[in-house]
Design a protein around this ligand. Structure first.
Ligand code: NAP
Length: 516
C-alpha cells in the first residue's frame, strides 16, 4: 500500500494515528493511505511565516515568476505520469486528466508571464498618486504589500493539480508562503506534484508545504496575518468560516463553493444555427467531462418552450454518442466518479431530484459498469421554472443536469437562474444583441463569470466550464462569495492595501516600477 506523507518544516513526515484511505475509482480497491495525526502543524505554520515568508519577500516579482515558470515546466515534463495516475485515483479519462494537469501548468505559466510585467520590485501600486490637499507636494498613494502570514490552501478532490497550482501561483507571486491541504481522496496526484516541486523547483525553505490528509488542528494555530483559501462544499465552508479561531482573530477567508450554474438558450436561436450547435456542445461537454465533477458544470439548462422538442431531439442524439467505461480506452468519454462518497451522494441526489418531480428524459442508470464508482450520465426535465423544487437548491456533483423549460423572456430566465442563489458561471446563447445585453446585465450580479455564446465566436470560445487565469473565478452567494485568479487581481487577497500619505517625490521614488 502506497503511504503518503506530508511535507512540513522542511522534511517529509508521516502521521501516526487515524488513517484515511484512498481508493482506485475503477475497482473500488484501496490504493494508498495517509495520516496527519501527531504532526506539529503549529510549528509548520511558524516555519512558513519565518523562513518562507521572509525568503519570498526578499525576491522581486520577476524572481518569484521564475520559480513559477520552473514549477510549470516540472508539471509539463511529468504530464504522462500524472495522467496515468488520474485514471486510477480519479476515474478520469485522458481528456479529463489533461484538463486538470494542463490547467495546472498553464496557470503557473500565465502567472510566470504576468510576473514579467510586474517587474523588478516587491510592492504594487494601486492607481496614481491622489491629490488630497492644497499642496501638490503632499499626496496619497495606495500600495499593496505582501501579508506576513501563511496562506492555508484547502482544496477540493476534483482538481488535485489545478486547484493546488492556481492558488499557489497567486500566493507565491504575491510573496506569501503556502501550506496546501489537498482533498484527501485524490491526494495521490497533488502529493506527486508536490514531491516534484520540492525536489526540482528550487523553492526557498518554508515557501511551500503540503498537508496530506485530514486538517487536524491546523486552523487552531492561525495568526492574524495568515489567510485561508478554501475550495469545496458549502457545508465545509460554513465550518471553516465559523471556526472560533478564524472568527476571533478576524482571519481573511476566501471561499469557492457549490454552484448551480445555468445555460440559457435565447428565443431567437434556430436549431440549424451555429449558436444552437454551440449551446448543445457546451451542455453535453459539461455533463460528461470529468463525469460532471466540475464546480463550473452546467446543472440547469433553460430552453424556450417553443424550441424544446427540437432541442431535445438533438441533445438526445449527442448524448447517445457518449461512452461510459474504462477511462484508459480511447473511445471512452465518461469515466468514473472519484470516490465512494461521491457515488453515494450523486445517487442520493438523483433520487431526490426524482422525488421532487423531475423526470429522467435521457440516460440508463444500468449502463454504468458495476465495479468502482461509475454513475451513468442522466438528463432530467423539471416543470415549474423558478419554483421547481430541489433543482435550484442542491448541486448533484456528477454527470447529471436538468432542463427547465421557460417562456423565452429575460424576466423568466432571470427569475429561474437567480433561484440558484448565486453562481460561479452561467452561459447565454443568443445572436439578439438587445435580448443578450438585457439578460447579461440581469445575471451579472448573481455571477462571477458569464459566457455569451453567439454565432461569430461559436468555434473560438474557450467554453463555459474552463476557468481562465486572466479572468476572475468565484461567485456570490451560494458559490461562496470569493474570487480567485483574474491576473493581477488574484494577488490582492494575499496582500494588504494601504494608503500612504507623504511627499510626492519620496513616494514616487519608493514605489515607482524601475521599468516604468
Ligand atoms: P469538501 O468535502 O467540502 O472538502 C473540501 C476540502 O475541505 C477537503 O480538502 C477536505 O478535506 C477539507 N475539509 C473537510 N472538513 C474540514 C474541516 N472541518 N476543516 C478543514 N478542512 C476540511 O468538498 P469536496 O467533496 O472535496 O469537493 C466537492 C465540492 O467542492 C463540490 O460542492 C464543488 O462544487 C465544490 N468545488 C467548488 C469549486 C469552486 O471553485 N467553486 C471547485 C471545485 C469544487 P478531506 O478531503 O480530508 O475531507
Amino acid at each position: 500500500m502506497h503511504k503518503l506523507s506530508s511535507y512540513l518544516n522542511g522534511s517529509w513526515q508521516q502521521g501516526t494515528g487515524r488513517i484515511s484511505t484512498l481508493h482506485n475509482a475503477l475497482t473500488g480497491e484501496p490504493m494508498a493511505e495517509t495520516s496527519t495525526e501527531g504532526l506539529n502543524l503549529q510549528e509548520a505554520l511558524e516555519f512558513g511565516r519565518k523562513s518562507g515568508g521572509s525568503a519570498l519577500r526578499a525576491l522581486s516579482f520577476l524572481e518569484r515568476g521564475e520559480l513559477l515558470s520552473q514549477m510549470s515546466k516540472i508539471v509539463r515534463e511529468h504530464r504522462d505520469e500524472l495522467i496515468e495516475m488520474a485514471a486510477d485515483n480519479m476515474g478520469a479519462t485522458r481528456g479529463d486528466a489533461k484538463f486538470d494537469i494542463d490547467g495546472a501548468s498553464g496557470t503557473l505559466a500565465y502567472y510566470a508571464h504576468l510576473a514579467q510585467s510586474l517587474g523588478d520590485r516587491r510592492v504594487l501600486t494601486d492607481g496614481d498618486q491622489v491629490r488630497i490637499s492644497r499642496s501638490k507636494r503632499f499626496v496619497g498613494q495606495h500600495i499593496w504589500s505582501s501579508r506576513r502570514g501563511v496562506a492555508v490552501h484547502i482544496n477540493a478532490f476534483n482538481f488535485p493539480a489545478w486547484n493546488m497550482a492556481e492558488k499557489v501561483a497567486c500566493a507565491l507571486l504575491a510573496g506569501v508562503p503556502v501550506l496546501c491541504k489537498p482533498g484527501t481522496a485524490t491526494a495521490l496526484i497533488a502529493h506527486r506534484v508536490a514531491q516534484l516541486w520540492v525536489e526540482h523547483a528550487g523553492l526557498p525553505a518554508g515557501a511551500f508545504q503540503l498537508l496530506c490528509g485530514s486538517a487536524g488542528d491546523l486552523l487552531d494555530h492561525l495568526e492574524r496575518q495568515d489567510c485561508v483559501v478554501f475550495t469545496g462544499s458549502n457545508d465545509t465552508a460554513s465550518l471553516i468560516r465559523n471556526h472560533p479561531r478564524i472568527r476571533e482573530m478576524g482571519i481573511a477567508v476566501n471561499v469557492e463553493a457549490d454552484s448551480l450554474n445555468a445555460a440559457v438558450l435565447g428565443p431567437d436561436v434556430q436549431t440549424d444555427s451555429d449558436t444552437f450547435l454551440m449551446f448543445i456542445a457546451e451542455v453535453v461537454r459539461e455533463m460528461v467531462q470529468k463525469a460532471g465533477q466540475k464546480c463550473t458544470a452546467i446543472r440547469r439548462i433553460l430552453i424556450p418552450r417553443a424550441t424544446l422538442d427540437d432541442a431535445l431531439e438533438v441533445l438526445r442524439d449527442r448524448l447517445d454518442q457518449q461512452v461510459i467505461g474504462d477511462p484508459r480506452q480511447r473511445a471512452t468519454t465518461v469515466g468514473a466518479l472519484s470516490t465512494p462518497a461521491q457515488k453515494r451522494d450523486v445517487l442520493a441526489g438523483i433520487e431526490a431530484l426524482q422525488n421532487s418531480g423531475a423526470t429522467r428524459i435521457w440516460g440508463d442508470p444500468q449502463s454504468a459498469p458495476e465495479t468502482g464508482f461509475f454513475v451513468a450520465p442522466q438528463l432530467f426535465l423539471a416543470e415549474g421554472g423558478a419554483a421547481a423544487p430541489y433543482v435550484h437548491e442542491h448541486e448533484v456533483f456528477g454527470p447529471v443536469a436538468t432542463i427547465l423549460p421557460y417562456d423565452g423572456t429575460v424576466a423568466e430566465a432571470t427569475e429561474i437562474v437567480a433561484q440558484g442563489g448565486g453562481g460561479l458561471v452561467s452561459s447565454l446563447f443568443s445572436d439578439d444583441s438587445e435580448w443578450g445585453q438585457e439578460l447579461l446585465l440581469e445575471l451579472a450580479p448573481w455571477h462571477g463569470r458569464l459566457l455569451w455564446g453567439s454565432a461569430k465566436i461559436h468555434d473560438q470560445s474557450t467554453g463555459h466550464g474552463a476557468v481562465m487565469p486572466g479572468l476572475i473565478h468565484g461567485g456570490p452567494g451560494k458559490a461562496g462569495g470569493g474570487s480567485e485568479l483574474g491576473g493581477e487581481r488574484g494577488l490582492w487577497f494575499y496582500m494588504q492595501r494601504t494608503a500612504i500619505q507623504g511627499d510626492s517625490a519620496l513616494l514616487r521614488r519608493a514605489f515607482t516600477n524601475p521599468a516604468d
